[in-house]
Design a protein around this ligand. Structure first.
Ligand code: GLV
Ligand code: MN
Ligand code: MN
Length: 411
């Protein structure tokens, strides 16, 4: 059985955390100087572990085993949210590095080929799961041309700024890989609530995002009587309330929706706002539920347009992510490894976060493993996991990788 080295694993996780650290959190958005520094650090680590390493034209860090394939691809992402936690993505990338080393250290597994990867921009600075989309060939030129961050920077400028504009892009070769494993923190409370230490993922949510634009008339906040106002912010608040009132009527048990970004122009206390924007994101593991939520958001726009002096316009705000189901065979290997290392302390569970594994599953069998998040907190500087859970998760992943590569999956 491969022998994970806890000190080596935790030392590397702490070293990656230091790149872009702010307090207990990490600020390393895709293509920022800190993100690229972390990618170059990872590339050196992959190379030290004996992998042939490249950083491709969208920033994916890929370490290819020198052993003949089909290989198992293992990894996650190393970019963060604008204010992110230290383990979201980083955990799965450093696990991949440790799995490569642990298998190489054991003569019984040293010949097994594991390739490691850190995908770029999973966290949607430009396009959610940009790196894995590019890897599987589903990033369209139109998507890429339209990609712009919340400060108005284009993807093309970010690629040029990171020195990647002329660098070739990696395309996954289906003949090279027999599957993809991604490990991640849970980012929710279920494992803690159920007193379990490992989650084996069944499904990954689909995600859609809409932007609603509100156009009214900017005016004086003292002289414009309420009846005459065309207040874009008031229309936004009404629309947001209608979403929170109506969505529960059509939502499934695990449907969620978030209005996490608003913009009010000019955002001044003595001015009736003339323009506003609201981003509405919603998630479910079933496309028909997502269709119903989208249709409802459209109906609420049409109703508001019939009633108020403010004009609402609905736009698609993000590249959608389709719901996905994890591969049954890879899941069975993860579950068996979980039972060997944490008997009775693991469960099967859906993922409410999206992940690169969902994108990769369109081309390769893919599966995911979770470890608990303390207090269920993530996408926040307070994100954390217990160090013994971190070590356990890596042991399960390394064991599952060895059992997958030792099975008849490689053909
Ligand atoms: C991924 O980071 C997500 O928002 O689910
Ligand atoms: Mn993540
Ligand atoms: Mn995330």
């Amino acid at each position: 059985m491969p022998n994970v080295n806890p000190d080596r694993l935790l030392t590397d996780l702490d070293a990656l955390r230091a790149i872009g650290a702010q307090g207990t959190g990490v600020v390393r958005p895709a293509f920022s100087a800190k993100d690229m520094e972390a990618r170059r650090w990872l590339a050196r680590k992959f190379a030290d572990a004996g992998l042939e390493t490249t950083i491709d034209g969208v920033g994916n860090v890929f370490g290819r085993s020198r052993r003949a394939g089909p290989a198992l691809l293992v990894g996650s992402h190393s970019d963060t949210q604008p204010t992110g936690g230290w383990l979201d993505g980083a955990l799965g990338v450093v696990y991949a590095l440790e799995v490569v080393r642990a298998l190489a250290d054991d003569p019984a597994t040293a010949q097994l080929p594991v390739d490691a990867i850190s995908f770029q921009d999973e966290e949607s600075r430009f396009v959610g799961c940009l790196g894995s989309r590019s890897f599987v060939g589903s990033l369209s030129p139109e998507q890429e041309a339209a990609a712009i961050d919340r400060d108005g920077v284009t993807l093309a400028d970010a690629l040029a700024g990171a020195g990647l504009a002329a660098t070739p892009r990696l395309r996954g070769d289906p003949a090279r890989h027999c599957g993809f494993l991604e490990a991640h923190i849970e980012q929710g409370p279920q494992l803690e609530d159920d007193a379990k230490r490992i989650g084996v993922v069944t499904t990954i949510v689909g995600v859609r995002g809409l932007r609603i634009i509100f156009r009214g008339q900017q005016n004086h906040a003292g002289t414009t009587m309420m009846a005459r106002r065309r207040d874009a912010a008031a229309a936004l608040f009404d629309y947001a309330s209608a979403v929170n009132r109506e969505f529960p009527r059509i939502a499934a048990a695990r449907s969620v929706w978030t209005m996490g970004r608003v913009q009010v122009v000019p955002n001044a206390t003595s001015i009736v706002p003339g323009y506003a924007e609201l981003d509405l994101q919603f998630r479910d593991a079933d496309d028909t539920v997502l269709d119903a939520m989208e249709a409802l958001a459209e109906r609420l726009v049409a109703e508001a347009n019939r009633q108020s002096g403010v004009r609402l316009e609905l736009q698609r705000a993000r590249a959608p992510i389709a719901p996905t189901r994890m591969d049954g065979t890879l899941r069975r290997h993860l579950a068996a490894a979980a039972e060997r290392h944490a008997p009775g302390q693991w469960l099967e569970m859906p993922s409410g976060a999206f992940h690169d594994a969902g994108i990769v599953s369109a081309r390769l069998p893919a599966a995911m493993l979770f470890i608990p998040s303390i207090g269920g907190i993530s996408h926040d500087f307070a994100e954390d996991s217990r160090r013994d859970d971190i070590v356990l998760g890596c042991r399960v992943l390394a064991d599952a990788a060895a059992s997958i590569l030792g099975s008849d999956l490689r053909g």
